[in-house]
Design a protein around this ligand. Structure first.
Ligand code: ATR
Length: 267
């Protein structure tokens, strides 16, 4: 029996236990997957208490991905470049930190939505933790260019500086976005959480694929994409299931099938 959990604050509405239970059934593996509400100021104590109960690994969600990065005793390259950890695997008293968010997004785009990323021009809105977690896995697909646009231009410029060694990037303020169409726009800002749309030029979405990392509701970004002739508008539900699948594989070595689960959750 594997012992897993997700730690977050809040945590009540997490879909992770249900998703992982479905993965486990695919391989006839027994798992116990809990939801743990960690107090905001004591992530490390909650994580250690769970490990002391015999945990094999755990997921980490908002607002603890940076705490988990600091808690891990070893980090994968993905986690290092992301500067954040959403998955920890316990082996030989080591706490190996991984970040599966970016690979989850890439897998959703490529495997579920049949979108090729190679040679594409990708515009990412936002330059916070979410964007940082996406950049390496996206750049590994060899897009023609990744443009990072942020309300605070200096943060986009910094991410460009930090990631330009891995591929063709650039960073600038939202106000510098041109009216020219791009292939894919990813909304990685937290604006949707406040029911807001980043203030950007119209025109760049013409015939573009527009992907909002948020899921569970129609966002202002998705409305904007519809009004601006996007070719496809997607929310982050597929990414949620795909990042969970990457965690499950990281822990157990088994790669779950995801499409039926995404479909069922969408219903
Ligand atoms: P996360 O971990 O979700 O990325 P974060 O690191 O706080 O959260 O980053 C939030 C991102 O959303 C930032 O890029 C932020 O822009 P600023 O750096 O200028 O603050 C962006 N953001 C939040 N609300 C926004 C809004 N209403 N319009 C545009 N960008 C917004």
């Amino acid at each position: 029996m594997y012992k897993f959990a997700v730690l977050g604050h809040p945590i009540k509405h997490s879909l992770s236990p249900d998703i992982h239970a479905q993965f486990a059934r695919q391989f006839d593996i027994q798992i116990d997957y809990d939801k743990i509400l960690a107090p905001i100021d004591s992530f490390a104590q909650s994580a250690q208490a769970f490990i002391d109960q015999g945990a094999d690994g755990f997921n980490v969600t908002v607002p603890f991905k940076l705490d988990a990065f600091n808690f891990a005793t070893e980090l994968t390259l993905n986690a290092k470049t992301a500067g954040a950890v959403n998955t920890i695997k316990i082996t030989n008293n080591q706490y190996l930190g991984e970040n599966t968010d970016g690979t989850g997004l890439v897998n959703d785009l490529i495997n579920n939505l049949n979108i090729t990323l190679t040679d594409k021009v990708i515009l990412i809105l936002g330059a916070g933790g979410a964007t940082q977690g996406l950049l390496l896995p996206l750049l590994n697909q060899h897009p023609k260019r990744i443009m990072i646009a942020n309300r605070t231009a200096s943060k986009a410029e910094k991410l460009h500086h930090d990631f330009s060694a891995y591929g063709n990037t650039c960073g600038f303020g939202l106000d510098k976005i041109k009216h020219t169409p791009v292939d894919i726009i990813i909304n990685a800002t937290s604006a949707s959480l406040d029911g807001k749309m980043p203030d950007i030029a119209n025109g760049c979405a013409d015939n573009a694929i527009c992907y909002d990392l948020m899921y569970g509701q129609q966002t202002p970004f998705m409305d904007w994409a519809k009004n601006n002739n996007a070719s496809l508008i997607v929310d982050g539900l597929g990414m949620l299931v795909e990042q969970a699948a990457c965690s499950f594989e990281f822990w157990t070595g088994n790669k779950p099938k995801t499409q039926a689960i995404i479909k069922a959750l969408r219903r």
